[in-house]
Design a protein around this ligand. Structure first.
Ligand code: EPU
Length: 328
């Protein structure tokens, strides 16, 4: 007599978790479609290589570009309800996404609703999605100095707040008067810039909270003077930083006044390659993508540079780029 036996072999815990997340993502996708307007962008399996300046990285399970603050709140509510991981994406200029991509939802604040730049009473009001370069241009046109350093940073205001981005002697929190952010529970707050606890290349408050925008204060100055400083900064950048795809500086400077770039250069590592990832021959703190680099190659090169710095100088180089996602 034959009998039907249900296979009681337990599903491996990791596979069970993956299946569970896939089901929750599928439900979330349907619920988001019902909750948001047609102007909010919803995409499955969005290749992150297209959304990062380094041009590497596998797909995000779900990408959402909410069409405004109310829709962002709906998205956050649903993401929380379905218990799905969330990552907020800026311009992707400081991001290394692993080749297996990102499990969960990536929220991008690129919609014009988040990208306004206004000038009032000697202050710039900028949304999180605004480009730093456009903020610098607007400030110049309004005769406001102090924003020249932004000209060369290929990032958004939100990303720059989160990492306290800087260049040419200036940094983001050097000009922030106040900051608006939203918690993952959807509560909006506004605080003084000085209360955000920002430090060199970091703002702990914005690790879990999402920047919505900021009021930035400048000093009145002649437009020609500001334009001159921006041109000088741009010329310095073009002559000292590579043009190939990169995520900007790979490592934080290990100690004040010691440039990671100079250190890596002194270690003789310029031009070192792992596959199509290469330590730039122009600025040694940039890892450039020669065309077909993978995240695995970039990570192997990062590890190689760290090992050499440890062996030769006893220094631990900390990545400045944010590394996210899964391996393949
Ligand atoms: N240097 C070398 N070899 C190199 C690179 C630099 O000898 O390969 C020397 C330079 O000649 C210079 C010194 O090191 O004498 C400092 O170099 P640089 O002016 O480029 O400054 P940095 O400290 O290497 C920082 C920021 C950059 C920013 C520049 C310019 C960090 C980690 N990096 O670099 O920011 O553009 O100043 O202001 O703080 C970024 O954050 O992504 C980034 C690129």
């Amino acid at each position: 007599m034959s009998s039907l036996r249900l296979d009681s072999t337990p599903v491996a815990p990791e596979l069970a978790r993956t299946l569970d997340l896939s089901l929750r993502l599928a439900d979330l996708f349907v619920d988001l479609g019902d909750a948001v307007s047609a102007t909010t962008i919803l995409r499955r399996d969005e290749p992150m290589a297209r959304r990062t300046t380094l041009r590497v990285g596998g797909p995000a399970d779900l990408l959402v570009e909410p069409a405004g603050e109310a829709e962002l709140v709906s998205v956050l509510d649903l993401v929380r309800l379905h218990g799905v991981p969330l990552l907020v994406l800026g311009r992707g200029s400081n991001l290394l996404v692993r080749d297996g991509g990102i499990r969960g939802v990536v929220v991008s604040l690129q919609h014009p609703e988040f990208s306004h730049i206004g000038v009032q009473d000697g202050r710039i009001h900028a949304g999180a999605g605004a480009h730093l370069r456009q903020v610098a241009n607007k400030a110049r046109d309004a005769g406001l100095a102090g924003f020249e350093f932004m000209e060369g940073i290929p990032g958004s205001v939100g990303g720059a707040l989160r990492m306290n981005a800087g260049a040419m002697g200036g940094c983001m929190f050097g000009v922030v008067e106040s900051l608006r952010y939203i918690s993952r529970a959807g509560e909006v707050h506004e605080i003084a810039g000085a209360a955000a606890g920002a430090r060199y290349r970091g703002c702990p408050l914005l690790v879990d909270q999402i920047a919505l925008g900021a009021v930035l204060r400048g000093e009145p100055a002649g437009r020609e003077v500001i334009a001159g400083r921006m041109t000088a900064g741009s010329q310095k950048r073009w002559s000292s930083q590579p043009r190939q795809p990169s995520a900007g500086c790979t490592f934080k400077n290990p100690i004040p006044d010691l440039s990671a770039g100079r250190l890596i250069d002194e270690l003789g590592l310029k031009g070192t390659r792992v596959g199509d990832a290469m330590v730039s021959e122009i600025h040694a703190n940039f890892i450039v993508n020669l065309g077909a680099a993978t995240a695995r190659e970039v990570l192997a090169l990062i590890a190689l540079v760290q090992q050499r710095a440890r062996e030769a100088r006893g220094l631990e180089l900390q990545p400045e780029v944010e590394i996210v996602g899964d391996d393949v």
